[in-house]
Design a protein around this ligand. Structure first.
Ligand code: UDP
Length: 243
C-alpha cells in the first residue's frame, strides 16, 4: 500500500524520505483501507540511543513509517546521499492530519501527558476541527491502571491513536499493544504544545531550523538531552567516512 519512497539508513535506522504531504497521504490511506500501521517520528536523540540499543533499533526499524524528525536527521540523510525534502516532526505531522481528520470525521484518541492535558489539547483541536470525534486519557498510569486505559481505547475504536508518553516508552507501548487503531503515532510532548502549556518557537525561528536552540533557552534543563546532537553529528560523519 505504501508509496515508493527512497529510504536512507542513518546510524542503522531506516528513515523514509517522505515529505509531510506524502506522510499524511500514507496515513490517510491506511485509515481508509483499514490497515493497521505504526508511525515513528525519529529524532536524533532516539536514533543515537538506538545505536547502542539493538532492541530499540529493531523496534524502530519494524515500524511501517519512520519519519525524519528534526533538521539533524534531514542533514544526516543529505550527508549520506539521500536528500529528504523536509523534516516531519510529531507535532507538525498531527497538525497536518487534523484537517484531513476533520473532513473525514475520524475518531482520534489522545493518550498521554499529565492529568487533564490530553483533554485540554483535544478540546483545543476540536474547537478548530469540529468534525473530529475524540477521547483522551492521561499518560500517568501504572500496570494496575493499564487494563482500564486499554479498555477505554478499545471501546472508543479510534482510527488514529496519538501516544504522548515520551520516547522511547511510547514506541514500545504502541508495539506491545497492536491493533488498537488503524494508525498509531508516538507524539512525545505534543499535547503540552497543543494545550498551550509549552509554547513552540515562533514560525520564523522554526523556519530557520533553530527551534532546538529556542527550546534549549526556554527549558535549559534539556541541555543534557540536547547534548546528544553534536555526538549524533560526529557519528553520522564517521558513518559517511567508513562507506
Ligand atoms: N509523559 C507521560 N507519562 C509518563 C511520562 C511522561 O504521559 O509516565 C508525558 C509527559 O507529560 C510529556 C511527554 O510524555 O507530555 C514527554 O514529553 P517530552 O517533551 O519529554 O517528549 P519529547 O517530545 O521530547 O519526546
Amino acid at each position: 500500500m505504501f508509496l515508493e519512497t527512497e529510504r536512507v539508513k542513518v546510524l542503522g535506522i531506516t528513515i523514509d524520505a517522505y515529505t509531510m504531504q506524502e506522510t499524511v497521504a500514507q496515513i490517510r490511506q491506511a485509515v481508509e483501507s483499514q490497515v493497521s500501521i505504526r508511525v515513528v517520528t525519529a529524532n536524533p536523540e532516539m536514533i543515537y540511543a538506538s545505536d547502542r540499543d539493538q532492541r530499540l533499533k529493531k523496534l524502530i526499524n519494524s515500524a511501517d513509517i519512520v519519519t525524519a524528525d528534526g533538521i539533524g536527521v534531514v542533514w544526516a540523510a543529505r550527508r549520506l546521499g539521500t536528500p529528504i525534502g523536509e523534516r516531519v516532526t510529531g507535532i507538525d505531522l498531527i497538525q497536518a492530519l487534523f484537517p484531513v481528520a476533520d473532513k473525514a470525521k475520524w475518531r482520534i484518541f489522545f493518550l498521554g501527558g499529565k492529568p487533564g492535558v490530553a483533554e485540554q489539547a483535544a478540546n483545543q483541536v476540536a474547537r478548530e476541527y469540529p468534525g473530529i470525534v475524540w477521547d483522551a486519557e492521561n499518560g500517568y498510569f501504572n500496570t494496575e491502571g493499564e487494563p482500564h486505559v486499554l479498555e477505554k481505547i478499545r471501546s472508543f475504536r479510534p482510527d488514529l491513536l496519538l501516544v504522548g508518553l515520551g520516547a522511547p516508552r511510547q514506541e514500545y507501548w504502541i508495539a506491545e499493544h497492536p491493533g488498537l487503531a488503524y494508525v498509531s503515532i508516538g507524539v512525545g510532548g505534543s499535547f503540552d504544545a497543543l494545550a498551550g502549556i509549552v509554547i513552540r518557537a515562533p514560525k520564523r525561528i522554526q523556519e530557520l531550523h533553530v527551534e532546538w536552540f529556542y527550546r534549549l533557552c526556554k527549558e535549559p534543563w534539556r541541555w543534557q538531552r540536547q547534548s546528544v546532537l553534536p555526538r549524533f553529528v560526529l557519528k553520522v560523519l564517521w558513518q559517511r567516512l567508513r562507506r
